[in-house]
Design a binder for this molecule. Structure first.
Ligand code: PAF
Length: 279
């Protein structure tokens, strides 16, 4: 498996292999877990060549967020990526992706201020900027993202459509622990007691799905039931509970097939998210 440090190397590789195989890209910030593994497997199943980017992107972290302590497990990440079928790793330095004097950012207006963007100002500007840089450098046929970051998916889809990029965005299902907790690189921050309380997020998601399956479609009711589930846990502070159109992230009053139900909450000092696309 090749390891590239510069965008020029990544682009050269992509252009060389493209004549004989579709190129897949799995953008990550490392600390790979089974959720990332499922993205790499999906990429390898549909693309003959797969690059995994590993880059903890400073521009998507707020000043008081966990950029400095975000888990960095490069060797284990490379081993996992290779075992799941990756052909290349792209692991640039910050200076490579943000050269001195860098002044160009990608802002997806409107969408970037909703859901996670409302409580993490500048977050989606950082995400859109780095994903644009990765797509421009790798020129992949397909790029793979997890549904767990559902608002991020909306921002990226909009950005790719607006910039007329040729990459197809593929969204893969949320991967959960056996007890329902959605996999996240940040789960390692949770104490055992917090981890137990964190299960309230997936309980809220499941309860919403159950209500919708018996015909309860009013967003206000779905939100209130989820609020009660989360509020019952002493360590949980709700960030948002939203019922929105997935493409626009705008609130709806009545859920319909394809509506996104999403929650974000602080469990102790750790912010977690979860969601479901309602059937
Ligand atoms: O989802 C993530 O891990 C990051 O937001 C991404 C898409 C790799 C951009 O840094």
């Amino acid at each position: 498996m090749d390891i590239f440090r510069t965008t020029a190397e990544l682009r050269r590789w992509s252009r060389a292999v493209r004549s004989s195989a579709a190129v897949g890209l799995v953008p990550t910030m490392g600390a790979l877990h089974a959720g990332h593994a499922s993205l790499i497997r999906a990429a390898a199943a549909s693309c003959g060549q797969v690059a995994v980017s590993i880059f903890v992107n400073p521009t998507q972290f707020g000043p008081n967020e966990d950029y400095g302590r975000y888990p960095r497990t490069f060797d284990a990440d490379c081993a996992l990526a290779e075992a799941e079928g990756a052909s290349a790793i792209f692991a640039p330095t910050v200076e490579e992706l943000y050269p001195a004097g860098a002044a160009t950012f990608v802002e997806v207006e409107g969408l970037s201020n909703r859901l996670d963007g409302a409580s993490r100002p500048g977050h989606f500007r950082g995400v859109a900027t780095v994903v644009a840089k990765l797509l421009i450098a790798a020129e992949p046929d397909r790029a793979f993202f997890g549904q767990k970051d559902a608002a991020q998916v909306s921002v990226i889809r909009r950005m790719v459509a607006d910039l007329r990029l040729a990459t197809e965005i593929v969204v893969c299902p949320i991967v959960r622990e056996a007890d329902g907790l959605a996999l996240s690189s940040r789960n390692i921050y949770l104490s055992p007691a917090e981890r137990t309380q964190a299960l309230a997020l997936s309980r809220a998601v499941r309860q919403t799905e159950a209500l919708v399956s018996v015909g309860e479609l009013r967003a206000s009711t779905l939100i209130e039931v989820a609020r009660q589930i989360l509020a019952a846990e002493s360590e949980i502070r709700i960030d948002y509970i939203e019922v929105v159109t997935w493409a626009t992230l705008e609130p709806v009053e009545v859920a319909e097939p394809g509506t996104l139900f999403a929650v974000a909450a602080w469990v102790g000092a750790t912010r977690l998210i979860d969601n479901t696309i309602l059937g």
